[in-house]
Design a binder for this molecule. Structure first.
Ligand SMILES: NC(=O)C1=CN([C@@H]2O[C@H](COP(=O)(O)OP(=O)(O)OC[C@H]3O[C@@H](n4cnc5c(N)ncnc54)[C@H](O)[C@@H]3O)[C@@H](O)[C@H]2O)C=CC1
Ligand SMILES: O=C([O-])CC(=O)C(=O)O
Length: 308
């Protein structure tokens, strides 16, 4: 299995590191536009191989896409991250052009690739990849829900004063500060609804902290997060590489599912060797249905700013 990661910055390098550490992949190619940067990150990571016990070969290139040829999976992390006080949506002006150009280069050299889109605003960037790549829809997957769900579980465990391994939960809809939909109604501690343990105030705290998870870290770090984003991507790549048929919320092109069409939004899906094997239709409460529709409206407005 050959994986390309475009963007050797904070998230791209973290993706490559977690993929290598899990040792399920033969080759990872890092690509960046900054001269020597991807080569340097690849060399540094390779010098951890004997220390961390992996055999994945990591190489780097400054924009030579022939080195990415015949990748099974490509992860797009190229673009700028937000600074404190910004929204993800404000990144569209710079990132749309980068994502479009990177997509064209990737598809030219790997026509059968499965693309995982990370660059923000992610739901809109995933939509852009659909509109410009010509790839079938099961081979374009936006990464947001895997990360947001991990943050939801972190906040749930904090409120429950429980180990995170006791907790299960999922976040769907948009990967934005306002459009995320943590499915509290379905979250459990060892199969017991979390709503049995948490009062209304605690429930609201978990929901609000989950939604602004990325903004909170951006304020603390001065740029956006990378460890959990990198780990979330590695889980998705492994699900494909090992044909795990894992259920992961991802931003996918909808054609009537959840009442939406011609939009990429976070929904639970089975991820395996073919990319998206199936979108899972979860029954939402009336309030969740309304919130999902509101998130769709906001993403659609951002999509309207795209020029193809
Ligand atoms: N979907 C999600 O859950 C998450 C998305 N992000 C997004 O991921 C993106 C990357 O974030 P970071 O890694 O923190 O930024 P970064 O600035 O550390 O890295 C981005 C890299 O992209 C490279 N780049 C720029 N244009 C390029 C091009 N045309 N071709 C190849 N490489 C190019 C830059 O040289 C830089 O090394 C941002 O847009 C950020 O908002 C970050 C975290 C989570
Ligand atoms: O917050 C950001 O801008 C980066 C991101 O998408 C996240 O960490 O969830």
């Amino acid at each position: 299995m050959k994986v390309t990661v475009v963007g050797a910055g904070a998230v791209g390098a973290s993706c490559a590191e977690y993929i290598a550490m899990k040792n399920f992949c033969s080759e990872v190619v890092l690509v960046d536009i900054k001269e020597g940067f991807a080569e340097g990150k690849a060399m540094d990571l390779m010098q951890t191989a004997s220390l961390n016990g992996f055999d994945t070969k990591i190489t780097g290139t400054t924009g030579d896409y022939s080195k990415t040829a015949d990748s099974h999976v490509a992860v797009i992390t190229s673009g700028i991250p937000r600074k404190p006080g910004m929204t993800r949506e404000e990144l569209i002006g710079i990132n749309a052009g980068i994502v479009k150009e990177v997509t064209e280069n990737l598809v030219k050299h790997s026509p059968n690739v499965i693309i995982i889109v990370v660059s923000n605003p992610m739901d809109t960037m995933a939509y852009l990849v659909h509109k410009t790549s010509g790839l079938p829809k099961h081979r374009i997957i936006g990464m947001g829900g895997a990360l947001d769900s991990a943050r939801f579980k972190y906040r749930l465990a904090e409120a429950l004063e429980s180990p995170i391994s006791d907790v299960d939960g999922m976040v769907i809809a948009a990967h934005s500060d306002t459009g995320m939909l943590p499915l509290l109604s379905k979250a459990t501690r060892n199969g017991v609804p979390v709503t049995d343990f948490l009062d209304a105030e605690q429930q609201q705290y978990v929901i609000e902290e989950t939604k602004v998870g990325g903004a909170t870290l951006t304020k603390l770090l001065g740029t956006s997060a990378w460890y959990a984003p990198g780990a979330a991507v590695s889980v998705m790549v492994q699900a494909i590489a090992c044909d795990q048929k894992k259920m992961i919320p991802c931003s996918l092109m909808l054609e009537g599912e959840y009442g939406q069409s011609d939009i990429c939004l976070g929904v639970p899906a089975i991820i395996g060797a073919n990319g998206v094997e199936k979108i899972v239709n979860v029954t939402l409460t009336v309030d969740e249905q309304l919130k999902f529709a509101e998130a769709a409206k906001a993403v659609r407005e951002v999509n309207g700013d795209l020029k193809f």
